[in-house]
Design a protein around this ligand. Sequence first.
Ligand SMILES: [Zn+2]
Length: 558
Amino acid sequence: MWLNDETKLKEILNRLVNVPSVSGTTKERGMAEEVYNIMSEIPYFQENQELLNLKKLPYDDLDRYYVTALLKGKGSKTVILLHHHDVVDIEDFGSLREYAFNPEKITEKMADFDLPEEARKDLETGEWLFGRGVMDMKSGAALQIALMHDYSHKINEFDGNIVLVSVPDEENNSEGILSAVPHLVELRDKHDLEYISVIKSESHQPDSEGKNDIAIGSIGKILPLFYCFGKETHAGNPFGGLNSSLIFSQVEALMEKSPEFCDEFKGELTPPPVNLKLNDLRGVYNVTTPQVTIGYYNVMTINSSPYDVLEKMKSIAKQALDNSIEIYNQRYDGFQNLAPDGVENSWGVSEKASLNWEPKVYTFEELYNSAYKAWGDDFLNDYNETAEQLKESVKDEREYSIHLVNKAHDYCPDRNPKIVLAFLPPFYPHVKNNRETEKEQFILDVVENIKKETREKFGLEYKVTEFFKGISDLSFFYVPESEDIANYMNPNMPALNRVYRLPIEDISKLDVSVVNVGPVGKDAHQYTERLYLPFFTQKAPQILEIAVNEVLNYNTKQ
Ligand SMILES: [Zn+2]
């Protein structure tokens, strides 16, 4: 058996880490192939080839694949084992970059490297393995693959089915799982499966008291865009316009780290928003003030729906416009005191622009509708044509969206300063356990049993956290607010169904509870990323087995 074979587990881990599957690159292709190859070495899948699938992402320029494998046992109860096989880039490894995907080599080389104290201590114990992906999350992937092997040998001994899903792009846009979800629905219908729970095996770092972590939810993420349109003016006549940079600066002052956006659920808090991008839409230098400045934010959720976030964005945008006008007026008054008659120069007099604008806040939906109302099919044709052309020239989904907002705005009859609000990809719905459905109640029992069994077996203490704090693909297994998403997210997301897909209907068909339980590691996404080997080879395999068995006990417990 693979799960209790230390050498085999390390061998699988090595094979997985050796493939440099950096997220958002063509290298992810080789990774899906390697997962497929390892799975093909399992006799069960040699005999049942149709149950092992290497599937192409349907809308993907990078030609990437995901893998699914179904162990068909008795009955319909089914547990899904989910992992991602991409990793973040290796820039931070510096001169050690060439060894980042060779765990043994890099662990050796780390000795000569300048390490933070904790990492050095861990290294000296000889119990930690370094390398990109060892923690996040190829160790979890190796455990799931090993479990598939072992259970395939005792297919007649348990009630239920197991589906393994191995996806790319989790660290990027989650295109992998978004493509896999419709296939999971197909599998369910074809083989008459009843999905009970998804188990993901991301590693965790025990807390300061040494407690391990099981998460029963996953944090959500929304990316709101503020498109600020000012009134341009020549630098020689500053009061002739309203600078879009000033408008955005007021948005930023109100949005950045604002506790107003923090959600709380059962004592756990989401972090406040941060700005991820700010720029004007001008390609070249000139002495006119920029007409458009955009910025977007990372907003984490556990309660707030797209509607809630949109309402908060509206009030911030309104306030930002008011503040900008106020600053403009104050500065004008100050300038007036210096030069009561105005200052003449070759651009004319630095006069107050006729501030009879009524700066407005638009949602993208409102902007789009106003453009359509004014121009009808002329707008629609140009907009759709642009959307098609941009697919070729603009590869970043966020940038693509901003171009479309800009295009719609070209047709908006209101040319006054304004802020347009939109949503950018990716969007991760939050998943939390509300203690409402039968499956939610059930997963709480499962978790209690895992805690009890691991305490008895290993003397381990687990604490249950309400949500996994890193963004994760678990977001796409359960959508609590599909109506809200349809009404407020979809019409305000220009990239949707063009370069970004959100199979909400399929997700609501899955409707499963989620749990994350995995190995122990430290410093994911850093060059000191490392895996604690004794836990990985001796405890994590049995803990995963316990979790799978508990989930497959579903019906018998009802
Ligand atoms: Zn991960």
